[in-house]
Write a new protein. Structure first.
Length: 368
């Protein structure tokens, strides 16, 4: 690793328009941590690499690992129908046709509940007719996961169970949370905390009990495609709308430790890890066709070689954590601005210098 090159690439992201970002890169026994910019644009408080951060859908890898642990112990069948466990939440023929695996890899055909929970995002991700008003309306709303699941299950299906390409849908992971609760007798958050977070020794990773994040943190600025100008702080937000799909808080150091242990076979066994890396084609929330496994997705590294991990966004915050297939190189990065791209005439996000600067940082961080 070249610390000077990493620092320069990080500063380039800040200069492109991100208020603040921080990251940790590991290669073998080497560790680099860096930060650039501010955690609070009003006070100029600097951002630091040890801050806690809402990591969004990176949570899905933790949830998938917890489910696979139950598969290993015989409590859950990976290819068993979800209706066997949750007949009231996914009733009838769909409950018989949708398997646990289909929930984890987003091929269930279940719709995304988010546009129904946040009415002003009704067209998301077709963004031309959306607005940010629901974000303010629901800052402190405490959602019931079963009500959110019902919104996704009763919405028009995105496709047939098992069909590809699948559709990335948080409904799947709320159902996995209810599945964990059903078979363990504890909440999904308690199960994941005990069996994944504590098992991995992640002292700065937790499900927040309310709308606040404990410990040192940055404010999170949401631009909503230029509709919020200047970007507004959403660092205080009740994450019950996401639950085991996207509500974890963590640090870049904890994320790298987690993925390192996962790929070393210390969170789930090697057979489960092989299952996690079996991919199918799905349509992402950005309407892009991607490959997706069981709570993991692959990403091509610079110069060849595959990295595995997950990205995540919340209102105002973004995270990406990736590890090389052999486990030797890792990168976790967090930013405190989201949806910086303005919309063009077609209603789709337009290119922004931040996109290129972040891509350049990823190339430096993942280069081996």
């Amino acid at each position: 690793m070249d610390p000077a090159e990493l620092n320069t690439a990080m500063e380039d992201v800040r200069r492109a328009g991100i208020p603040g970002l921080f990251a940790e890169v590991r290669h073998g026994g080497q560790v680099w941590r860096g930060a650039a910019g501010t955690a609070d644009v009003a006070t100029g408080r600097p951002i630091t690499a040890d801050m806690r951060h809402r990591v969004g859908s990176v949570t899905k890898t933790f949830t998938a690992a917890a489910v696979l642990q139950q598969v290993e112990s015989g409590q859950i069948g990976l290819d068993a129908p979800i209706g066997r466990y949750l007949p009231k939440l996914v009733p009838g023929g769909r409950g018989d046709a949708i398997t646990v695996r289909m929930l984890i890899n987003h091929t269930s055909g279940l719709a995304e509940y988010l546009p129904y929970a946040y009415p002003s995002l009704k067209a998301f991700p077709a963004l031309a007719d959306t607005g940010p008003q629901s974000l303010d309306d629901h800052r402190l709303t405490r959602f019931d996961p079963t009500e959110l699941i019902e919104l996704g299950v009763t919405a028009p299906a995105a496709g047939p169970p098992g069909g590809t390409p699948g559709l990335y849908s948080n409904t799947n992971y709320l159902l996995l949370g209810q599945l964990l609760e059903q078979v363990t007798g504890t909440t999904a958050e308690e199960c994941i905390t005990r069996n994944v977070i504590e098992r991995a020794g992640l002292s700065d990773t937790a499900f927040p009990a309310g709308p606040h994040v404990s410990g040192p943190q940055s404010r999170l600025y949401e631009a909503w495609f230029g509709m919020i100008d200047p970007p507004r702080d959403y660092s205080v937000f009740d994450m019950s709308y996401a639950g085991p799909a996207a509500s974890l808080t963590s640090t870049v150091a904890d994320l790298n430790r987690f993925y390192g242990l996962l790929f070393a076979g210390e969170i789930v066994n090697r057979s489960s890890l092989t299952q996690m890396r079996r991919t199918v084609s799905i349509i992402s929330q950005e309407s892009k066709l991607i490959e997706y496994g069981l709570g993991l997705h692959p990403m091509e590294g610079p110069g060849g070689g595959t990295f595995w991990g997950h990205g995540g966004t919340v209102w105002g915050g973004g995270t990406l954590s990736m590890i090389s297939a052999d486990g030797k190189r890792q990168m976790s990065v967090a930013v405190n601005l989201q949806r910086w791209n303005r919309l063009g005439a077609t209603g789709r996000p337009q290119p922004h210098p931040i996109d290129d600067a972040l891509a350049a940082f990823y190339r430096v961080a993942m280069r081996r």
